[in-house]
Ligand binder design. Structure first.
Ligand code: NAP
Length: 246
């Protein structure tokens, strides 16, 4: 896998799965832009990434706001001159049963998890099309395929992402850009740490491999899809879930 001189933008890359993806790509020699809601945390993670011997910058933006996305991608293009890899990873949950779910919680999750992928991909493909090369990887979820009580907004956002991935793949294949999704199952991060112990134990029983995934399990799939070696794979979903959905 030869990533020499490449540049990756990872949304929500300041912590969790996004941070591990950033570190894994940096270890392959990819220069990294951490794009996260908190500019301070993005810069903090970027400083850690630089210790791995690549250039790295932290950019503060809300991925659901078009003007902030346009500004951020403009700055990145000016600073780095290219974008080879976009990982649409920023995401939130606002759980609740449908009959109790507030409209604002529906809108927030759809905007931050799904609209953001449209906004960021729109800016990235302009740059990637000129290069005739690009890799877009969207972080979906197992619940897009299984559904999950209490996660109507989240599962809809993650399922919508799959349709968007396939359309991106078809629209930009002729420009050398691939678009794929990775659908993690339950991965140990702050998002899943918040679950009660009994719920976690129940979930483990539904996983044939008998454990929650690690952020590295997701990053390994992303690094492969981001690599030049994955050039004949587009419009696909790689499931990283320990077998809980097949
Ligand atoms: P996480 O630890 O909560 O990290 C998400 C990052 O995104 C945080 O740094 C967060 O910033 C940032 N963010 C939130 N809203 C943003 C916005 N509007 N603009 C820019 N950045 C924003 O989550 P994670 O567990 O690593 O999950 C990463 C992705 O994997 C998400 O898309 C999630 O849905 C997906 N996923 C996770 C799991 C799992 O088990 N963990 C399973 C399947 C899929 P703040 O922390 O400052 O809000």
């Amino acid at each position: 896998m030869d990533f020499k001189g490449q540049v990756a933008v990872i949304t929500g890359g300041a912590r969790g799965i996004g941070k591990t993806i950033a570190e894994a790509l940096a270890r392959k020699g990819v220069n990294i832009v951490i794009a996260d809601i908190s500019s301070e945390q993005a810069q903090g993670t970027a400083s850690e990434i630089e210790k791995l011997g690549v250039k790295s910058t932290g950019v503060g933006l809300d991925v659901s706001k078009s003007e902030e996305v346009v500004r951020a991608f403009g700055e990145i293009a000016k600073d780095y001159g290219r974008i080879d890899i976009l990982v649409n990873n920023a995401g939130i949950t606002r759980d609740g049963l449908i009959m109790r779910m507030k409209e604002e919680d529906w809108d927030a999750v759809i905007n931050i998890n799904l609209k953001s992928v449209f906004l960021c991909s729109k800016e990235a493909v302009k740059i990637m099309a000129k290069q005739r090369y690009g890799r877009i990887i969207n972080i979906s979820s197992v619940v897009a395929f299984m559904g999950n009580p209490g996660q109507a907004n989240y599962s809809a956002s993650k399922a919508g992402m799959v349709g968007l991935t396939k359309t991106t793949a078809k629209e930009y294949a002729s420009r050398g850009i691939t678009a794929n999704a990775v659908a993690p199952g339950f991965i140990t991060t702050a998002m899943t740490d918040a679950l009660p112990e009994n719920v976690k134990e129940e979930m483990k029983m539904a996983i044939p491999l008998g454990r929650f995934g690690a952020t590295e399990d997701v990053a390994n799939a992303v690094v492969f899809l981001a690599s030049p070696d994955a050039g004949y794979i587009t419009g696909q979903v790689i499931h990283v879930n320990g077998g809980m959905y097949m």
